[in-house]
Structures are given as structure tokens and as C-alpha cells.
Design a protein around this ligand. Structure first.
Ligand SMILES: Nc1ncnc2c1ncn2[C@@H]1O[C@H](COP(=O)(O)OP(=O)(O)OP(=O)(O)O)[C@@H](O)[C@H]1O
Ligand SMILES: C=C(C)CCOP(=O)(O)O
Length: 338
């Protein structure tokens, strides 16, 4: 599978959260166009959208997140279940609109409602269809999940947020990026509507998920602000740097190991060759000199000088060759590996 990118289209980005079931069509279109480009670039994309004003109103009214208390009488339980159905119908309406918008621009989106397949116990996820999402991605389809109401094995029902879905996907797949679209220009040091709110370039997330702005521990989240619509939709690209950092460290270690191993092997081969050549040169030269002296062609004094020259050449030339070869090998190996 290609590098996976999960994208949360925030309910705040594509709906007017204060007005019941009110879509922001232009903002949705901008988000869809942006995601279409990601799909066309070949990345495996999973889209998750929030409920916005589709779902949150009913969910709040019927207190779906509180489950079905055991003391609730039958009438109240029936009413709660009606609220469950209404909430689902509402989020599914938004899902239909999002999927249709994708199909209209040629993106093969497939709506995947969590209600039928995501289960929780005490509001903790116990099962979800990882394989199905993998199969859809294998077929180059774009799963479009959404925040939904789900059945909880102990408390009866609860709200599965799109953010929980995103987190689950990030922990289970090899996700390169999690991208959040909201209605503001990124992450601020305080609620953006408060006076003096500053847009942050990066934040640090501790391993327990809490966030701090100054000193980081394991996960550095880089925030890139890319405005894709006039103030309506903003793309916030969140690089899950823990993954990136691990990858970089692994890559550096791997490169170092490869460079060292290849260099050592090549140097050993060159040293052996150099020694053999030097020995052959000296033996041949000494043999020739012995013959020359025996035949009276050379005197012993001349032989001494020639011998010194032969030995110096036999050692110096291979040494120079050796040094040059080592430098070349290191450069070639490093450029090939990098
Ligand atoms: N520190 C902050 N940085 C950025 N936004 C913040 C901050 N604090 C509060 N917000 C608010 O968070 C809102 C986005 O969160 P919200 O949960 O409403 O959106 P969403 O996730 O898009 O919605 P949904 O749950 O429907 O998908 C923004 O409109 C912004 O006003
Ligand atoms: C309100 C419902 C049903 C889902 C909430 O999902 P979210 O908007 O991602 O928090």
C-alpha cells in the first residue's frame, strides 16, 4: 500500500455548527478539490468527517453520549433510541453529501458508517473493521468514514467521534500524515477568538497525548497552514513526527552500517590486491637484478640503488592507489545509499 494519509474534514469546516443541518457548500468543495489532488498524487487516502451541525444537535438533545442508564424507564429508553436513530440519520445525510461531492469530481469514494461495525465496551473501542478499510484501499477506493453513534456493550450507546477514528487509524496503519481541516487557520495558543491568540508553528505532544507549546518529549507536531478557501476552510497538516523521527534515525543508522560494511569489504580487497602486487613487483625485480648481476650486466652497487627504487615504488604506488581507492569507494557508496 502507498503511504497513507488520513484526513479529518472537521464539521466546523464544512457546516455551520450553530444552524441545524446547514452545509457550507463552497467550503466542502474546496476541501474536496484539495483531497482530490492528494488522491491523484497516488497516496492512499482515508477521509473521516465530523458531524458538525448534522448530528451534534440531536446527539446533544438526546444525550446519546451518556448511554442508556439502567434506571431509565421503558419510555425514556425508547425515546433515547429514537434520538440514536435521528442522530444517525443526520450524520448519514452529511456522509451522503460528502461522498457525492467526491464522486462529482471523479474520486471513487465509499461511505463507511461506523455504526454497523465499530463496537465499544465502557466507551473503549473493542472491535472495528481494519481489514475492510485495507481492502478498500487496496482497490484504490477512498473510504469516507464519519463520527457516528455506536452500540456500546456495557453502557448501551455512545458517540464515536471522528477524532477517535483518526487516532485509531494512525495507531493501526502505517500513517504518514494526519490532516485536520477546521474553520480556523491552525492551532492557536488559546481559543482563537480570545484576544491576543497567537497562531502556532508547532506544538509538542507528550506520550500521554497532552500538549505543551514549549518543551517537547516524543511527538513533535508540525503545523502547516495552507488556506484553501477564503477564511472558510483551512488545511492544517499535522506531521506525526514520532514516526518521521524513528524513520530518520533508522535510515541514518542503516546508511552508516551499509557505508561501513561496504567500505571495510572493499578496503580489505584492495589491501590484499596491493600486497600481492607489491610482492610480485619486488620478487620480479629482485629476480631480474639477480639475473642481471649473474650475467655481468649490472654491478652490485647499481643493484643496491635499483633495489631501493623498486622497493619504494612497490610500496609507495600501491599506497597512493589505496588511499585514492578508499576515498572513491566511500564517496560512491555514500552517494549510492543516500
Ligand atoms: N487552541 C485552539 N486552536 C485552534 N482552534 C481552537 C482552539 N481552541 C478552541 N478552538 C476552536 O476549535 C474549533 C474547531 O473544533 P470543533 O470541535 O468545533 O471542530 P471540528 O472538529 O471541525 O468539528 P466536528 O467535531 O463537528 O468535526 C474552532 O472553530 C476553534 O474556534
Ligand atoms: C455527533 C456525532 C454522531 C458524531 C460526532 O463526531 P465528531 O463531529 O467527529 O465529534
Amino acid at each position: 500500500m502507498n503511504p497513507m494519509i488520513v484526513i479529518k474534514i472537521g464539521g466546523s469546516a464544512i457546516t455551520e455548527k450553530d444552524e441545524m443541518e446547514m452545509l457550507k457548500p463552497a467550503a466542502l468543495q474546496k476541501a474536496i478539490d484539495c483531497i482530490r489532488q492528494c488522491v491523484e498524487s497516488g497516496a492512499s487516502i482515508v477521509v473521516v468527517h465530523g458531524a458538525g451541525s448534522f448530528g451534534h444537535h440531536h446527539a446533544k438533545e438526546f444525550e446519546i453520549n451518556k448511554g442508556i442508564p439502567s434506571l431509565m424507564d421503558k419510555k425514556e429508553q425508547e425515546n433515547k433510541m429514537l434520538g440514536f436513530s435521528l442522530t444517525r440519520q443526520s450524520v448519514q445525510k452529511l456522509n451522503q453529501l460528502v461522498v457525492k461531492a467526491f464522486l462529482d469530481v471523479g474520486v471513487p469514494a465509499v461511505g463507511c458508517s461506523p455504526c454497523s461495525s465499530w463496537r465499544t465496551r465502557q466507551k473503549e473501542l473493542v472491535s472495528w473493521p481494519k481489514k475492510t478499510i485495507g481492502h478498500l484501499l487496496d482497490k484504490k477506493l477512498v473510504p469516507v468514514l464519519h463520527g457516528d453513534c455506536c452500540i456500546d456493550e456495557t453502557v448501551g450507546c455512545f458517540i464515536l467521534s471522528g477524532d477517535t477514528i483518526i487516532k485509531t487509524l494512525c495507531l493501526s496503519f502505517d500513517v504518514r500524515r494526519a490532516v485536520f481541516l477546521t474553520d480556523v487557520a491552525g492551532i492557536y495558543d488559546r481559543p482563537p477568538f480570545e484576544p491576543g491568540a497567537k497562531l502556532l508553528k508547532s506544538i509538542y505532544v507528550r506520550s500521554d497525548g497532552s500538549v505543551e507549546q514549549e518543551i517537547g518529549t516524543r511527538v513533535v507536531v508540525k503545523v502547516v497552514h495552507v488556506v484553501v478557501a477564503v477564511v472558510e476552510v483551512v488545511v492544517v497538516i499535522v506531521v506525526v513526527a514520532e514516526v518521521v523521527v524513528v524513520e530518520v534515525v533508522m535510515a541514518v543508522v542503516l546508511v552508516a552500517i551499509v557505508v561501513v560494511v561496504v567500505t571495510v569489504v572493499v578496503v580489505l580487497v584492495i589491501v590484499a590486491a596491493v600486497v600481492v602486487v607489491a610482492v610480485v613487483v619486488v620478487v620480479v625485480a629482485v629476480g631480474a637484478l639477480v639475473v642481471a648481476v649473474a650475467e655481468g650486466v649490472l654491478k652490485v652497487v647499481e643493484v643496491d640503488v635499483i633495489l631501493i627504487v623498486v622497493v619504494v615504488v612497490a610500496v609507495a604506488v600501491p599506497l597512493v592507489v589505496l588511499v585514492v581507492a578508499v576515498v572513491v569507494v566511500v564517496l560512491v557508496v555514500m552517494s549510492a545509499v543516500l
